[in-house]
Design a protein around this ligand. Sequence first.
Ligand code: FPP
Length: 266
Amino acid sequence: MVNKDATANTDQLPEAELLALLDRTALPRHIAIIMDGNGRWAELRGLPRIAGHTEGIKSVRDMITLCRDLGIKALTIYAFSQENWKRPAIETNALMMLLEQYLQHELDALIETGVRFRAIGQIDSMPSSAYNWVRKVERNTAHLDKMTLTVALSYGGRSEIVDAVRQLAQDCMDGKVQPEAIDEPLLAGYLSTHGLPDPDLLIRTSGEARISNFLLWQLAYTEMYFTPTLWPDFRRREALLALLEYQTRERRFGGRVSDTHSQSRT
Ligand code: FPP
């Protein structure tokens, strides 16, 4: 259902008015974000790239708070791709340290606000102290259900699918699954995002318009929102603009407008 109010010119409106325009009954259930542009944000200010990543954490906090405030149950952010290991060690080490500090600092707040933390990706390729913090925060928040924050770390969408298929093949060989029983929901259950709805909205910042090996299976019917804003500048107001733009979209899942109520994905 399209939110007609959201089609008005919203660019100049203050945050409170943007909030008032939002149709609370038509929010995405799951938002995925490719947080891009931290390096450029820092370079534009003559700062080291890591300063952009540090500032980007403030945007992460804003997004978690906004999703919690609006009752959006799932947020998945791409913090580190498998390809990011190709960056100079000084940057990858700093990113791992930042992540560890973030987890140490934020654990209590996540628990207090009911946020479950999950990591997806090849976590075991991370340095052991960051790995241990990821597992600790996952364990300590596993019972929480106000919202799920999933952080993709050392993540690649193709290798996620390969891992799922390998496990499924093993289960077939062990007689646990009959090949004829394999369908989309069954395969989705082998992905690291099992239990989460597919994202309704993907946001990518910094003007790039690519998926970059993120959630390749899960994004099949997702609405895409690309903005030139660099990630450290993507704060609450920018997020509200993205949500209002999302509410102008007709989601048809390959069907006709009249079919959307059944959400048949043909
Ligand atoms: C892309 O910007 C961003 C990253 C590779 C890392 C994102 C990480 C954070 C925001 C901080 C850590 C996250 C958490 C959850 C604590 P880029 O460096 O590719 O920017 P550029 O394209 O301008 O060079």
